[in-house]
Design a protein around this ligand. Structure first.
Ligand code: ADP
Ligand code: ADP
Ligand code: MG
Length: 460
């Protein structure tokens, strides 16, 4: 087993990884930007090295500086967390060439799933359905029009390198397609350094259902069930839960089918370590492959709560060369888990980010409640990174108990000095359709539309 791991990330996920290392008696090295000197991950790690100024491009994305930090501190391995360099195959290769183990999938699997268009092709090869769309990248306007004509509007123009809900737009006719096609390419070039886009049928109000997988170097792959992440705002996840109410209430056979499809894709990609295969599911229970997240995900704790498996510990063990400790039949699901992403943002001002100093901070606790966060009273949230400041996870013997516990916990959460989405999360948890488990990716827009109408009615 490794003796020392460098955590190439910040925020709650850096804290999460350091916690796993401590429980495994592995020493840790934190890297941080000048803006993060007071972050909890710096204080919890055994050693910490500043790798540059606040912008990620000058710090958390600097491969040279991270590798220097790893060499100076003589670590055996690097955990990349999520975002930043986590899915960068080049970074993984640089680590290996410096004799530092990269805690993530092998470079070959990362290449096989390099971007969304390549992954679509791989899913097809694995015999898994993808939304109707283009074969790979669309280089010409005429080709975009031809694909749209074939599959019918509405369509989505998606950046092959997109992520975090960014880099996609819907087109309803030829005019908006042509306009969107060029804008999407320019934006993708700016945001991801890759102008490649592809076209996919826009599925109306689908469900986002994803499968957690684990693979070892012997080629064995298992899945740890699904997470339903359909509560989204602007294609970004807000609440995640497992099991999926859609599967539980409507399509019981889907869990096994999607689970097997995810494993098949991972097998074709020769996948190793932890990953997630994402699908969208339409109202009839048809499922389509969306993309593969080649890393630990934000919402991994939900799966940990119902399976009793520590996914970060497993990542470290698999990277160290251990084989899977579980067969598919060993994976048992017990109870229900819900995760709410807690963001520093103002729900009353179009969810504008709200960085700044946290004055008072009291986080909920008690039975079945877990908080993964790097913040504390007196901590200043820098404006340079995303607005997520923590995750609240509630576990219960069934969905009802998990929801009641989540509501109770949200009610206890006290954060002053900045704006947060805690009250908005509470509104979701109180919504009758959410309570019934009847929601799709259109849910948040409907909820916000209702709230807007409510405000207007109050005024008049
Ligand atoms: P998950 O799929 O685990 O729910 P998200 O999609 O919310 O995670 O992304 C996790 C983090 O990674 C976020 O901070 C997000 O902004 C970032 N991220 C993911 N993919 C990309 C990408 N291609 N480019 C930039 N940031 C990304
Ligand atoms: P990202 O890399 O940003 O996570 P994804 O391809 O995983 O991008 O899509 C994120 C979300 O965008 C999905 O969960 C879904 O809500 C929406 N979406 C993506 N593709 C489609 C599609 N073809 N039809 C309808 N919604 C889609
Ligand atoms: Mg995704």
């Amino acid at each position: 087993m490794f003796e020392k791991i460098l955590v190439a990330n910040r925020g709650e996920i850096a804290v999460r990884i350091i916690r796993a290392c401590k429980e495994m008696n592995i020493r840790t090295v934190a890297v941080y930007s000048e803006a993060d000197a007071n972050s909890m991950h710096v204080q919890l790690a055994d050693e910490a090295i500043c790798i540059g100024p606040a912008p990620a491009s000058d710090s958390y994305l600097r491969i040279d500086r991270i590798i220097s930090a790893a060499e100076v501190t003589d670590v055996d391995a690097i955990h990349p967390g999520y975002g930043f360099l986590a899915e960068n195959a080049h970074f993984a290769e640089v680590c290996e060439s410096c004799n530092i183990r990269f805690i993530g999938p092998n470079p070959r699997a990362m290449q096989a799933l390099a971007d969304k268009a390549v992954s679509r092709a791989l899913a097809k090869k694995a015999g898994v359905a993808v939304p109707p769309g283009s074969d790979g990248v669309v280089d010409k306007e005429q080709d975009a029009l031809a694909v749209a004509k074939r599959i019918g509007y509405p369509v989505m123009i998606k950046a092959v390198a997109g992520g975090g809900g960014r880099g996609m737009r819907v087109a309803h006719n030829d005019i908006s397609l042509v306009k969107g096609y060029h804008t999407a390419r320019t934006e993708a070039e700016k945001a991801f350094g890759n102008s490649g886009v592809y076209i996919e049928k826009f599925i109306e109000n689908p469900h986002h259902i994803e499968i957690q997988i684990l693979g070892d170097h012997k080629g064995r792959i298992i899945h740890l069930g699904e997470r339903d992440c359909s509560v989204q705002r602007r294609n970004q996840k807000v609440v995640e839960e497992t099991p999926s109410p859609l599967i539980e209430n409507k399509f019981r056979k889907l869990r096994d089918k999607i689970g097997k499809a995810a494993v098949k894709i991972a097998e074709v990609a020769h996948y190793t370590n932890a990953g997630t295969v994402e699908f969208i599911v339409d109202a009839h229970g048809n499922y389509y492959f969306l993309e593969c997240n080649k890393r630990i995900q934000v919402e991994h704790p939900a799966t940990e709560e119902v399976t009793g498996i520590d996914l970060v510990r497993y990542q470290i063990q698999l990277a160290a060369g251990e084989t899977l400790h579980h067969s598919q039949g060993d994976i048992q699901f017990k109870g229900h888990a819900i995760e709410c992403r807690i963001n520093a943002e103002d729900p009353f001002d179009d969810f504008r980010p709200s960085p700044g100093r946290i004055e008072m901070y009291y986080q909920p606790g008690g039975r079945g409640v877990r908080v993964d966060s790097h913040v504390y009273a007196g901590y200043t949230i820098p404006p340079s990174y995303d607005s997520m400041i923590g995750k609240l996870i509630a576990y219960g013997k069934d969905r009802r108990e998990a929801m009641d516990r989540m509501s109770r916990a949200l009610g206890e959460y006290l954060i002053t000095g900045i704006k947060t989405n805690v009250a908005f999360q509470q509104a979701i948890l109180q919504d009758p359709n959410f309570r019934r488990g009847v929601y799709s990716t259109g849910f948040v827009e409907q909820l916000l539309g209702g709230a807007r109408r409510g405000l207007i009615e109050e005024k008049t």
